[in-house]
Design a protein around this ligand. Structure first.
Ligand SMILES: [Zn+2]
Length: 179
């Protein structure tokens, strides 16, 4: 397992639509393991392959004790609506309130390629939606109003001027856990 560099806002990988995985093989399992390790090192609660520059439909989640991999994840139904603050490992120090469905039904494959279906709600449902957005090249900023998005972008640019689009992973000091 390897801690990978995280791509930041501005990296083309974050705007790419990740490719379906035809079969879960050794390299995909390695990718899952690297995502878990990178997420844990960065103190995230989820991370998608795009965020380490790999455009494959793979992401992992860790919300409290609930840790799972998602290969080719699809949300098959949603209900309710909830608003909560989100952050992103690829957009450090920037947070915004995002409105999303409160409950989702997720279908995906696990690290062994076995299909599963889960009904999720609350933070884990939010994390799953945030990561699947990543696989479609969508960022949480895209869900904000124009004004809030512009403010968030200005803050990111100010904090990260001249730092490039690759972040070596070191745990954040403020204790925030991001997606
Ligand atoms: Zn994110």
């Amino acid at each position: 397992m390897t801690i990978r560099d995280i791509h930041l806002l501005g990296s083309p990988a974050l705007r790419a639509r990740a490719k379906e995985i035809p079969a879960v093989d050794g390299p995909i399992q390695q990718l899952v393991d690297d995502l878990f390790e990178t997420m844990d090192a960065a103190k995230g609660i989820g991370i998608a392959a795009n965020q380490i520059g790999v455009t494959d439909r793979v992401a992992v989640i860790a919300v409290e004790e609930d840790r799972f991999a998602m290969v080719n994840p699809v949300i098959v139904s949603v209900s309710g609506k909830a608003k909560a603050e989100e952050g992103c490992l690829s957009i450090p120090e920037v947070y915004g309130e995002v409105s999303r469905p409160e409950r989702v039904v997720l279908e995906a494959q696990d690290r062994e390629g076995k299909p599963y279906r889960r009904e999720l709600e609350g933070l884990v449902a939010r994390a799953v939606q945030h990561e699947i957005d990543h696989l479609d090249g969508i960022l949480f900023l895209d869900h904000l109003s124009m004004l809030k998005r512009q403010r968030a972008l200005a803050r990111f640019k100010k904090e990260h001027r001249g730092q490039g689009v690759i972040r070596k992973v070191t745990p954040p000091e403020d204790g925030h856990r991001s997606l």
